[in-house]
Design a protein around this ligand. Sequence first.
Ligand code: DLL
Length: 426
Amino acid sequence: MSRDEMRALQGKRLRETVERVYANTPFYRKKMQEMGIMPEDIQTVDDIVKLPFTVKTDLRDQYPFGLFASPMSEIVRMHASSGTTGKPVVAGYTRKDLGIWSEVLARTFSAGGCDSRDIFHIAFGYGLFTGGLGAHSGAERIGASVIPISSGNTEKQIQLMTDFGSTVLCCTPSYALYLAESIHKKGLQDKLKLRVGFFGAEPWTEEMRHEIEEKLRLKAFDIYGLTEIIGPGVSYNCSCQNGMHINEDHFLPEIVDPETLQPVAPGQVGELVFTTITKEGMPLLRYRTKDLTRLVYEPCECGRTNVRMEKIMGRSDDMLIIRGVNVFPTQIESVLLEFAEAAPHYHLYVDRVNNTDTFEVHVEMRPEFFSDNMSRMLDLKKRISARIQSVLGISAEVKLVEPNSIPRSEGKARRVTDKRNVYANK
Ligand code: DLL
């Protein structure tokens, strides 16, 4: 589809969505009335800037069903994401929405070269989290054989993966690493038939991708999404693994400056915002994801014409400001994985002592490099600190910790402890 055809389709679907929420969602009708906007003011994609933004607290304030645009009799599924504080964010799906969801995931899996001959091992959590059931529906849609194992019980995961000959693994990148490590400990690498992995639900770096690809001997694809918009399947890597194609016939992206909320210049990094343009159950206008990335409109070598988003740098929520410097955990991850001695397991500790921020980076050592040779360890610490200083412009206290000492994750990894928040909340 050409860009003009896509824009025309998006414009039509945007108009339908605005009419739908104006008629069915009192929250949006009120917001639009306050702004003096009527549905007929929205004619083309460019008119999107006239519409109100939606933020997570709107969903919490409207808890549980205030943003639904379909009667409950038409809602066939609900999911929720808990977040760390407050009420969960709830999403409702009609039958048509579930069809769209499985379709966008079918595209995702086909783009990764999968089809009905594949055996999908789905180790995303099943339940209110969208990862498990979402991936499940896409895998069934392409006719693959699905193992709905969910997350946890790593021993059993490995047993089934080897016994059933799974060819595709779906889970968080941090769990993929944990699985890889356990497989290597058991010496079962040669028993695996995995060839492809779809990983997402948390930020991860290219360096982490290489690590996972090498350890699990598969091609690793990034998949992105969020409960509020649909779940996984909002965007996906193609075989070029260079940015994620957005399913923009369903989810209309914008990038805005998180401070001014104005669109950024083309190609600039900012906050990703989505408007759902085909959803019935819970359509959202200009939802601020808090995820930071940029959009790439240049054609992709794969031939797909839909816009790409770059790997997520991090969430604006997760950005640490340490001694005035902005730090994303993914930047530290990139630096650490440059060192052959460092395992891809780390934890960041931030605190405040005598009014100065302290920043400790705990890096787990790979077993083959861990030693009691103090001078060698000291030298490594120095090299890592110097690299952090030169890449991020901030000094960090690096601590090398023993192999296997940093807790592993079966879902989304928690890699930061910021004790300053404790004082701030008091
Ligand atoms: O994590 C949906 C999902 C499931 C996506 C499985 C991919 C695979 P939530 O729990 O609502 O939904 O969390 C959404 O997770 O706003 C991002 O901050 C982060 N996230 C999701 N995918 C990626 C990714 C699911 N590929 C939030 N890279 C989003 C970086 C991601 N961050």
